[in-house]
Design a protein around this ligand. Structure first.
Ligand code: BV8
Length: 244
């Protein structure tokens, strides 16, 4: 499955970047944004719910959607794809993991340094003060209120139209521009500014590899395309790197 050139490049790489989207969590049972929304949410598109305007208009609906997803993520387990990336951290001289996912599965698989570009669904923050709230009272009234200012709590994720965390984004661009190999894994490469990272990497001279069962706007330009599920492909990649 992996060409000798690709194996050679992976083994010679001093710095590898892996950038993941919802596709890497699909095999853990976490639906991607493109999966049809079920139940109550089926009447909405995620882009309509994951916005400050939607929260402004109907905080309960938006909070309850995230509570439903948080519960689902809580029941999910990291899959061999997440675990392979955690293993890469200890094999490659320098390894940077960037994710658009908000499900914490990379950390739960053992990855230590994860650049979470779109925040983390397991955390909440005060919508007035912006302070992180580690835990909150789950009462009948949702969204819960901030213990210090009584403002509405909101999920600590980046909504459409909101800026990404500046430090994580700057580190992601820096790593993409200085790595030898850039792995684009399980992302539709549709959401900016994360979608520009593989192109930045390629322009700076990195070898770009796409791992996805489907095509994306990156496919045509990628140096290598591994067509398949991340949970099967990434263990192959680790095996190629650790083979004697
Ligand atoms: C910003 C957190 C500026 C919330 C998310 C017009 C043109 C271009 C851009 C824009 C535009 N209008 C607006 C924009 C900008 C906008 C944007 O890109 N819009 C899109 C719709 C065009 N971006 C923003 O608004 C960003 N902010 O630009 O701010 C700014 C600057 C300064 C000051 C103020 C503002 C914020 C974007 C972040 C939004 N939040 N998530 C939440 O989770 O609820 S994005 C969310 O959707 C996910 O995080 C993910 O990144 C994204 C896409 O979701 P999915 O499609 O499900 O996942 P993915 O894309 O990863 O696709 C799944 C892939 O996996 C598929 O390819 C599939 O084939 C593959 N797959 C399936 N199974 C497997 C697999 N792969 C491997 N293995 C498998 N087994």
């Amino acid at each position: 499955m992996l060409s000798p050139e690709l194996v050679q490049a992976l083994r010679a790489a001093r710095h590898i970047v892996a950038s993941t989207g919802a596709g890497i969590s699909a095999e853990s049972g976490v639906p991607t944004f493109r999966d049809a929304q079920t139940g109550l949410w089926s009447q909405f598109r995620p882009e309509e719910l994951a916005t400050p305007e939607a929260f402004q208009q109907n905080p309960k609906l938006v909070w309850d959607w995230y509570a439903w997803r948080r519960e689902l993520v809580g029941r999910a387990e990291p899959n061999p794809g997440h675990r392979a990336l955690a293993a890469l951290e200890g094999i490659v001289p320098r390894f940077t993991l960037i994710t658009q996912n908000v499900d914490s599965l990379h950390r739960r698989a053992g990855s230590r340094d994860v650049l979470e570009l779109h925040g983390n669904i397991l955390q909440a923050r005060c919508s007035s003060e912006g302070t992180l709230v580690a835990e909150w009272e789950d009462t009948a009234e949702t969204p819960p209120r901030c213990p210090s200012c009584n403002g509405l709590l909101r999920p600590n994720v980046v909504w459409f139209g909101e800026a990404l965390p500046a430090d994580a984004l700057a580190r992601a661009f820096m790593a993409s521009r200085t790595c030898d190999v850039f792995l684009s894994i399980g992302t539709s490469t549709a959401i900016a500014p994360a979608s520009s990272l593989p192109f930045e990497a390629q322009a700076a001279g990195a070898l770009v590899v796409e791992l996805n069962p489907d095509t994306t706007p990156l496919t045509r330009q990628a140096d290598h395309v591994l067509r398949g599920p991340a949970g099967e492909l990434l263990p192959l990649l680790v095996a190629a790197l650790t083979a004697g």
